[in-house]
Design a binder for this molecule. Structure first.
Ligand code: ZN
Length: 115
C-alpha cells in the first residue's frame, strides 16, 4: 500500500479522439503521446488507430488525425456513426472472406423508409 516511493505522478489524460479521461502515470502519458504524434489517446482509440494505420499503410500520426476526424464527424450524428461502423464491418468481412459473393450495395440502400 506504499505509494510514496516510486516518484510516479498520476494524472488524468484526456483522449484526443473521444474525450474520455483516464488516470495514467506521467511516464505512460509521455510514451503514448510520443507514439501518436503528440496527442494522447485512450486504449480503445489506440487500438482503432493502430488498426487504421495497418489497414491504410500509413503512420500512426496520420491515422490518429484520421481517427480524430472520424470520431468528431461521427459524434455529431449517431446514425452516421452506426452506419459507418456497419460499413467498416461489412468491408472487413467481405475483404477477409475467401470467395466472397458479390453483394449489390443497392439492396441495403434501397430500403429508404420514410420516418
Ligand atoms: Zn479515445
Amino acid at each position: 500500500m506504499e505509494t510514496g516511493g516510486g516518484g510516479e505522478t498520476v494524472e488524468v489524460a484526456t483522449c484526443a479522439c473521444c474525450g474520455i479521461g483516464e488516470e495514467c502515470t506521467a511516464r505512460y502519458v509521455a510514451g503514448v503521446t510520443a507514439q501518436f504524434g503528440g496527442t494522447w489517446v485512450c486504449g480503445l482509440c489506440a487500438e482503432a488507430i493502430k488498426d487504421e494505420a495497418a489497414r491504410r499503410g500509413v503512420g500512426l500520426e496520420v491515422a490518429t488525425r484520421a481517427h480524430a476526424e472520424f470520431v468528431a464527424g461521427a459524434g455529431a450524428d449517431p446514425t452516421i456513426q452506426v452506419a459507418r461502423a456497419l460499413l467498416q464491418l461489412l468491408k472487413r468481412v467481405i475483404a477477409t472472406a475467401p470467395g466472397a459473393p458479390v453483394m449489390p450495395p443497392a439492396a441495403a440502400a434501397a430500403q429508404d423508409l420514410d420516418m
